[in-house]
Ligand binder design. Sequence first.
Ligand SMILES: CC(C)(COP(=O)(O)OP(=O)(O)OC[C@H]1O[C@@H](n2cnc3c(N)ncnc32)[C@H](O)[C@@H]1OP(=O)(O)O)[C@@H](O)C(=O)NCCC(=O)NCCS
Length: 142
Amino acid sequence: MHGIVAQVESDISYRWRADLTDAELAALTASHDGQVQPGWWNRVREHSLGWVSAHRDDSSLIGFANLAWDGADHAFLLDPKVRPEYQRLGIGTELIRRATAAARNAGCEWLHVDFLPHLRGFYFDACGFRPTDAGLIQLRDA
Ligand SMILES: CC(C)(COP(=O)(O)OP(=O)(O)OC[C@H]1O[C@@H](n2cnc3c(N)ncnc32)[C@H](O)[C@@H]1OP(=O)(O)O)[C@@H](O)C(=O)NCCC(=O)NCCS
């Protein structure tokens, strides 16, 4: 297993604010059965503090994490995703590690995230987030 992980790691590069297309993001979202909204990335990109992407050596997109922010102290981690065939190899953790460093470099003091319960281990144990009080209002029916 370690050999496979090492081989995969050596074939992957990580980029900050790479020039990604809406179609690439849509394909990545579809790969894990996420909800694809055409035009989403084109609408969101200009409001981001930045984003981290993971690429295979042929440059194709296999992982992504976006950072929104308040223009000052608070950054918000949104939409981390890794192609299913590349999951559980440490790529998600590395995307978040790099996003955390980027938010710190941008002068933010806090990085926020929320997630479904089954991902507690990923965010708390692998990525270093700690629990906090937070609030939520559902604005339309599920
Ligand atoms: C969540 C996600 C980004 C994690 O990416 P990843 O590259 O698989 O994560 P890592 O390999 O770095 O995982 C590190 C550890 O986190 C935990 N973890 C990761 N994914 C998990 C999952 N789906 N369920 C439970 N624990 C998980 C495990 O402890 C894992 O270590 P292990 O593989 O040694 O058991 C990926 O599962 C994904 O894209 N999911 C679909 C989209 C999604 O739900 N995004 C999150 C929105 S909040």
